[in-house]
Unconditional design. Structure first.
Length: 397
């Protein structure tokens, strides 16, 4: 009997990730984002849940899931297990079982799982699932990437092309940056050097807004040794401790004082919205001619970060004089298009399921793969669609 893959949510970008891998002997949930994941759509209570990393769109639905399926086992990497209390709750963190790197563990129902480093953020992991099927000579093999990148980050190694025994029946691959031309041109090391130079040269205070798990520890490492004291929001201390990183931390009062004396502050709030720590601190320096605001990666149109980037406040990136300067830096931690192409072509799976990207970007990637000679089946996944895995090999003993 073949296995089935169902993307209940997260095939399209901006939606929480919730996917099922179902076979005769079991049901494995691949990520459980929240809070809008449609748990009512699951075909059955899962036997186990794999969480690829500690971002809310991949793990935020776990409390609701365990309210419905309290017996489900939670599997993840060691670092993600340590981050789950910070990202979700202490109760969820206590339920997690840490899976070792590159060693198969039994998940029941004739299946086993192997975790592979994914880059992206601390603890992020791909999952290779092998499922034994009675009428197949080889197990069904499914590789779920979650979010990943193959380039080296300052604090993380990139995901290498997995060296695996046997062919992959299905590759479920995220495609966040599949159509982002700027990301395809980014040289990460050059962006790191530019950020360091900008911060070191700034005469006054610098505010860096970050996503908590995704960017804070990486940016703190980038800014080590720039010749200025870097103060990190006290809220982020547990995250730094969980991944074994040091830092100098301060509450909101100390961060305001540090900015007033020309220091550098790293604060949660990548879009600098008013409710975030970074957004509240923005008001302290926005009119300061000697200050700089650093925006990383995304700058959504209707957010304060997007407004700053469009206006080029102060002397930053073409703006008129007056007020704080602004600079944007693409320290990307998702795989750009060329890495997606290389991963798929290098693994040559029988079927490739494109998820977690805009519909247009996924169709463009499908056409590029087919035009580039990839001979496998490329599927632009629709939410709720059931896709069969391994049917072509049944009966081949």
């Amino acid at each position: 009997m073949a296995a089935r893959f169902i993307s209940h949510c997260g095939a399209r970008l901006g939606r929480p990730n919730l996917h099922s891998l179902v076979w005769e002997g079991g049901h494995l949930l691949l990520d459980c984002g929240g809070p809008r994941a449609p748990l009512d759509a699951l075909p059955s209570p899962p036997d186990a849940v794999w969480v690829s990393h500690a971002h809310g769109d991949h793990c935020g639905g776990l409390p609701d899931l365990f309210g419905r399926a309290p017996g489900a086992r939670l599997l993840t990497s060691r670092i993600t297990k340590a981050l789950l209390p910070f990202a979700v709750s202490e109760a969820v963190g206590q339920k997690a079982r840490a899976v070792p790197w590159r060693r198969f563990v039994d998940i029941g129902g004739g299946a086993r799982l192997l975790a592979l480093e994914a880059g992206h953020v601390p603890g992020a992991a791909m999952a290779l699932v092998e499922i034994d099927v009675a009428d197949r000579s080889e197990p069904i093999r499914v590789l779920y990437t979650g979010d990943f990148c193959t380039h080296e980050l300052v604090t993380l190694s990139g995901a290498g092309l997995p060296v695996l025994d046997g062919r992959i029946d299905a590759l479920v691959i995220e495609t966040v940056l599949a159509a982002d031309a700027k990301a395809d041109e980014v040289e990460y090391e050059s962006e790191v050097a530019r950020l360091r130079e900008v911060v070191a040269a700034q005469p006054g205070p610098v505010l860096v807004g970050v996503t908590s798990v995704g960017e804070s520890t990486e940016v703190a490492a980038v800014l080590e040794g720039v010749g200025k004291v870097v103060l990190v929001d006290e809220f982020l201390r547990p995250l730094f401790e969980a991944v074994g990183r040091d830092g100098e931390f301060g509450d909101r009062r100390r961060m305001r004082e540090h900015l007033a004396t020309g220091g550098v502050v790293i604060a949660p709030g990548d879009q600098l919205r008013a409710h975030s720590s970074g957004g509240r601190l923005l008001g302290e320096i926005e009119e300061d001619d000697t200050a700089r605001v650093v925006v990383l990666n995304r700058a959504r149109e209707k957010t304060p970060a997007g407004r700053l980037v469009r206006r080029g406040v102060g002397r930053g990136e073409g703006g008129q004089a007056g007020g704080a300067s602004v600079s944007r830096h693409l320290l990307i931690n998702h795989a750009p298009r060329w890495q997606l192409m290389a991963m798929i072509q290098g693994l040559a799976p029988r079927r490739t399921f494109l998820v977690h990207g805009t519909t247009g970007a996924r169709w463009a990637l499908k056409r590029a793969l087919e035009g580039g000679g990839y001979r496998g089946d490329v599927v632009v996944v629709e939410e709720g669609e059931e896709l069969v895995i391994g049917e072509d090999q049944i009966g081949q003993a």
